[in-house]
Design a protein around this ligand. Structure first.
Ligand code: UT7
Length: 337
């Protein structure tokens, strides 16, 4: 069984930026409220011509170019998203066509903000068979929020990140992983309308029900801190590591207060918990890859570093992943602040 190695990372955020001050002109909110409750100062937002597939393509193409690999070499394209291009076919099929990755098999996975790390576990099984995988996490959440709901509209942003995974012993190696779900909590964070349970009707739309995010923020916060910390402890224990041996925590970028609380729970100095939530807000499935791409392009990651990635999101689902840096890999982050 071949070891999976992350060989290159591509990331893309749309060029358009929406600041908190701009939001407060269309919603009853303020820069001060958003900053102090979440740490977010701005978010990048897809323009009218940009979609989940175009963002995914931009990130995937960057990863392939950084690895100097032809799209023809790709065996599988997996797109993790909660904001698909359309109901059917999979967003990954559009990305395959745009890349010209003619040999590839393409499929989507939906797992909320923890989905990318859950999918990384699945991708390793494919790479173990000697295959090359593009694992992409993308969200266009600004087209999925209810712009009249200030409690959710201010939290999310758009972006895409791609791992190019091949068999190998160099690059960044995914090691111990843990993930779990609790579907009993599905009602706390979801997009309840538009599926087969609540198909959209003119009446539902007239009542203001669309394909938008519903969230009970306080409950999410509490569960997120508990499960991210617990998952992190589990993978550290399985690896026989202490938190002191972690060079960086690379968390899902939901809210600075959640990151601070997780750092406290794990007794890890906040300076070792990477955060750029101020710039990009919560980008769901893209969040962990954008963080890693940002760190690599800033030169923050060094050979032999042990990285601990943790995420939590709808489902609820949560995940932790240890990443061993044998050698820092090439990364490109398009439109990085
Ligand atoms: O990947 C997982 C995705 N989700 C998350 O990470 C979210 C986790 N939860 C959170 O980050 C926090 O719960 C929030 C940032 C969403 C909210 O912070 P909070 O401290 O839990 O505030 P709250 O929901 O308890 O609301 C406090 C007050 C309320 O007003 P009243 O009832 O006290 O008068 C809200 O109506 O803040 C009000 N409020 C706002 N005020 C200004 C809610 N949203 C806003 C807003 N601007 N944008």
């Amino acid at each position: 069984m071949a070891t999976a190695s992350i060989k290159a990372i591509g990331a893309y955020v749309p060029p358009t930026v929406i600041t908190n001050d701009e939001l407060s002109q269309r919603l009853d909110t303020s820069d001060e409220w958003i900053r102090t409750r979440t740490g977010i100062r701005q978010r990048h937002a897809a323009g009218p011509e940009e979609t989940t597939a175009t963002l995914s393509y931009a990130a995937a193409r960057s990863a392939l170019e950084e690895a100097d690999l032809s799209p023809q070499a790709v065996d599988w394209i997996l797109v993790c998203t909660d904001t698909a291009e359309m109901w059917s076919p999979a967003t990954a099929c559009f990305v395959q066509a745009m890349l010209g990755a003619e040999r590839a098999s393409a499929i989507d996975l939906t797992g909320g903000c923890a989905g990318f790390l859950q999918a990384l576990t699945l991708a390793q099984g494919i790479v173990a068979q000697g295959k090359t995988v593009l694992l992409i996490g993308t969200e266009v959440l600004t087209k999925a929020v209810d712009w009249s709901d200030r409690s959710t509209a201010v939290l999310f942003g758009d972006g895409s990140g791609a791992f190019l995974l091949t068999p190998g012993e160099d690059g960044i190696i995914p090691r111990q992983a843990f993930s779990q779900s609790d579907g009993r909590q599905a009602d706390i964070l979801n997009k309840p309308y538009g599926g087969t349970r609540n198909p959209l009707t003119p009446e539902l739309v007239a009542e203001g029900h669309h394909h938008t995010i519903h969230m009970e923020g306080r409950k999410v916060f509490r569960h997120a801190v508990h499960h991210m910390s617990d998952a992190a402890r589990r993978v550290l224990q399985e690896a026989g590591m202490t938190s002191e041996q972690v060079a960086w925590v690379v968390p899902h970028q939901a809210n600075q207060r959640i990151l601070d609380a997780v750092a406290k729970e794990l007794a890890i100095p906040p300076a070792k918990v990477f955060s750029h939530v101020a710039h990009y807000a919560n980008t769901g499935s893209a969040s962990v890859v954008l963080a890693l791409a940002d760190m690599l392009t800033q030169g923050l990651i060094r050979p032999q570093d042990q990285l601990l990635s943790v995420a939590f999101g709808s489902g609820f689902s949560w995940a932790a992943q240890l990443l061993e840096v044998r050698s820092p890999v090439p990364a490109r982050f398009v439109n990085k602040d």
